[in-house]
Ligand binder design. Sequence first.
Ligand SMILES: [Zn+2]
Length: 588
Amino acid sequence: MSNSTTSCRLRRGLMTQSVIGPGDRDLGIAYAKAGRRNRAEEMISKFDPVRELNSMRRCTHTYFRRYMLIETVLLAALIIGPFMPVLSVPAQSAAEFDIVLANGRVMDPESNLDAVRNIGIRAGKIAAISARPLRGRTVVDVKGLVVAPGFIDLHSHGQDDENYRYKARDGVTTALELEVGVSPVAAWYAQRDGKSLINFGATVGHIPAKMAVMKDTGAFLPRDNAINRLSTPDEVRQITDLIKQGLDEGALGIGFGINYVPTTTRAEVFDLFAVAAERGVANYVHVRHGGATEPGSGVGAVQEVLSDAAATGASLHIVHITSVCLRQTATCLSLIEGAAKRGVDVTTEAYPYTATQTRLESAIYNDGWQESLGITFKDLQWVATGERLTAETFARYRKEGGSVIGHSIPEEISRLAAANPRVMVASDGLIENRQGHPRGAGTFARVLGVYVREQKALSLMDAIRKMTLLPAQRLEKAVPSMRAKGRIKVGADADLAIFDPAIVIDRATFEQPAQYSEGIRHVLVGGIFVVRDEKIVEGVKPGKAVRRPLRDQKRLLEQLFFGQSQNVAQKRLLQKSTSGNEVSTETR
Ligand SMILES: [Zn+2]
């Protein structure tokens, strides 16, 4: 390849990734040259090598000269910028922004800022947070409203346009399928790229990999082979290969629903945790059992994955802790908090409802369910008709297959998890043809309206933190781009939820789940309104893939930072040899 072609390729991102600024890859290189490693990793993790190849055709010398200049100016600004704060102030206040959100009560859970501020948005990012007025091409007065980071839903099974609309109206700007997960991964991302209202992403799922290898006939969840028989050693190898392939394709971690594939051995789970540890990703787990009956309690199931995390060093996120541990939720939370205090990287989440929803034909309703869940037929509600079940309809519908709601979580348990500042808010939601569990539409507004405003079970800032910063932090070690989400600060993605704290409330019910939340006034995804004055903005699809860096991105990062880590290692050696002190061996 000739020199000019190579240069041309290098300029690709500048020309096509964005009409406003240079490409993520080149911006990342510029940040790396300026020594700003976090920003460099974040930008490079967004660059897409496939798009790079497609856009090579458009490379011309005119563009080349134009963007060379931009990169030089940008690099100079990055290097000089931090030393010249005085110069940057008048430049900023005179700037005109794409959008200004004026006079809102800005709440940022990272800095604990809670004050009236103006926010300037430029090129999809938060570009200014100011007590003084800002000039913008569009200025929206949000006086009296809370301006929070957009909500991040770690447990969102509904990954289509119908569901993204309910999510957006509930304040969610990023919806991730982390529990069941997907396989194959690349195709899943390709289906949504450029077509999504909000940001999306997924883990590679143990369940879908197992269903494919064992030829289970279920759809979303297994219904026969993956429930009824053990995987052979060869099948376990194939499942592991599919999971590794999904991680190569940028999956956010490994998803597990052990309860749905109960013949999975403890060794199989342990070995996959070791894969997660090796790849530096977290496991998102619906544990092996629910309820109080021994053997097979929720407490024991939590203990299984905590010990796997401790022994492998893998990170662990336990999903919907209330529906697993039921009346023993306090014990499960103590286990998680105790393990976290002793160095295990473990987190958890809950949805603010007193009922579960899953497939009636799944292993959760195998013999013994009444005893372990502490409920009976009349506590089950058939989603398609809304009717409560009897022994006879239970048997019939289980054979047919379909969604069922189980009224099994006591209200005080739901409140306990909602009030706990460590327990993230995540919906576990799925609406299909306007049917489903109300959590698919109302989870976030319900926490803000019922648990914050009405019951005063937690502060507004704590609630926002459980919906934004904590989920972003859960992911960001493996997914650098999440460092730009879940907070309101200059340079963060302009994913924002703007709501009226005096009226925000869920409207979705078990009888009518397909009801939009109220009081979420505006929602922006990457600086684009997707909800304006409580209405979906039609025809915009600003949602982007949340994905781990692909192999090409990783190689680039290694090239950029190899010299630097060598220097650090050398400095440490020198320090050690000269002082004789113990030096931390922590490296990236
Ligand atoms: Zn689950």
